[in-house]
Design a protein. Structure first.
Length: 470
């Protein structure tokens, strides 16, 4: 049993705390935001100023649901009890596209909810869990280090400093502070080498609106939850208690799209997309929520083969984060937390150097490929959107991008490819696994290789601009 501090009481932090406490560790969760979670019926009004995407929809992928079923099933039980929606993403496709139900299609099932509801469930379970103590209103300002370390170039973290001169000591500190984590600055201030970092503005802007059913049922799906169109993508996310969200996603460099901040112009744009317009048929929430300035960032705590510090690890978005429109953050964060739990089973916190190296190796092998694949998609999609704004077709020599577009197009014509496409989107399979299936790559290129640049019905850019400028 170890004393572990988890920084951040968000989705990743609370999931990590639950996993570690159920393995016998004593866990203290430190959260900067002071507000305690309100009663369950008021979760949707919960304010979390420390989480800039708190009000934006979160896609909970089938891979996340599968992990939760195996690791934290009581969270799913509680989530459904308060109105979380159990839904099969394959069922959102038209019957003609997905074909008859097949054995194994249950793998595409997930449970969805608004971020505030999901975090409220996790917080309520963690608050009553043995071995977890949650301290809210604690602003961490730096790291405590052990002066007894054998290598002064690699400090051993032994806790954290907080405002008011408070100190919290632990055998391991787990940074789950998310996208805004100041971990690199803390490490530098503690005398550690700076982590290896890659960072850049992800380049996307998100215009989101929430809706509530008027009829007691959700709109029927006519294609997948993420639609790729000229000049924008559209994300339709069913959530809990008869609610859903719609997000219009554009390049932050496309000035014309900034008009989507206005609800009337947002509505006018959505109305031009026949596979998404019917999602507007609900009671809308006030205004349009806008999020921009999100970074793509990757942080490596092992540099040139050596840890920059021991006694501390970064999990989820604190380690790496990217464009949230693919909905992979919650899934990768939970998988990362499970990996930390498993590494701790084999390597205790006392062997701090070995622990740092083992967790780095596990991360690089299991979750970093997911980050790299997401970043690859984002770079191509952003370049495509910028080309649309410039009025030129996007061209690339990357044959993987051409194959990706062919899979998406062919998914509308063949049930086998529809399942392959959904497996990729759900993080249940990798592109290499799809290509390895006998005859599938050939069928993908035959059915989707010659498709239009944007096969889903929707307006060309001049018609879209006319709609939002009217």
């Amino acid at each position: 049993m170890s004393r572990i501090i988890v920084l951040g009481a968000g989705l990743c932090g609370l999931s990590t705390a639950l996993l570690l406490s159920r393995d016998g560790h004593q866990v203290t969760v430190l959260e900067r935001d002071p507000a305690e979670p309100p009663p369950a019926e008021e979760w949707v009004r919960w304010q979390r100023s420390g989480v800039n995407q708190f009000r934006l929809p979160h896609i909970l992928l089938p891979r996340w649901r599968d992990l939760m079923d195996r690791e934290l099933p009581d969270v799913l039980d509680r989530l459904e009890a308060v109105g979380g929606l159990r839904i099969n993403l394959l069922d959102l496709l038209p019957a003609a596209q997905r074909g008859p139900w097949q054995a194994g299609d249950e793998r595409f099932t997930t449970v969805t909810a608004r971020r505030s509801v999901l975090e409220g469930v996790l917080a309520s379970i963690a608050a009553g869990a043995a071995g977890i103590r949650i301290r809210r209103g604690v602003t961490v300002t730096g790291l405590l280090t052990d002066d007894q370390t054998s290598d002064v170039r690699i400090p051993r973290v032994s806790g954290v400093l907080a405002e008011g001169g408070r100190t919290f000591r632990a055998d391991l500190v787990v940074d789950c502070c998310g996208r805004r984590s100041p971990l690199s600055a803390w490490l530098s201030a503690a005398g550690a080498r700076h982590p290896a970092e890659e960072r850049a503005d992800c380049g996307f802007v998100y215009f989101s609106r929430d809706f509530r059913t008027r009829t007691g049922s959700l709109p029927q799906g006519r294609t997948g939850v993420l639609q790729r169109h000229e000049s924008m993508s559209i994300l339709t996310v069913p959530t809990d208690n008869g609610t859903w969200s719609i997000v219009l996603i554009a390049s932050s460099r496309d000035r014309a799209m900034r008009a989507l901040r206005d609800p009337a112009r947002w509505d006018a744009a959505l109305a031009r997309y026949p596979l998404a317009a019917h999602w507007r048929d609900g009671e809308p929430g006030p205004g349009v929520d806008v999020m921009a300035g999100i970074e793509d960032r990757h942080r490596d705590l092992v540099v040139d083969g050596n840890p920059v510090a021991t006694g501390i690890v970064a999990v989820g978005d604190s380690w790496a984060c990217t464009n949230p429109s693919l909905g992979r953050g919650a899934t990768i964060g939970l998988l990362h937390a499970v990996g930390l739990r498993d590494v701790l089973r084999d390597t205790g916190t006392a062997d701090h150097d070995k622990l740092a190296r083992r967790f780095h190796e596990w991360t690089a092998t299991v979750v970093e490929p997911m980050y790299r694949a997401t970043l690859w998609y984002d770079r191509h999609r952003l370049a495509e959107l910028d080309a649309d704004a410039a009025g030129t077709p996007y061209r690339t020599d990357d044959v993987r991008w051409a194959f990706s577009l062919a899979v998406s197009a062919a998914a509308g014509a063949d049930p086998e490819i529809a399942r392959a496409h959904q497996s990729l989107a759900s993080l249940l399979a990798t592109p290499d696994e799809i290509v390895a299936r006998p005859g599938l790559a050939e069928k993908v290129m035959r059915l989707g290789g010659g498709s239009p640049r944007y096969p889903l019905p929707g307006p060309a850019r001049p018609e879209l601009l006319a709609a939002i400028s009217a």
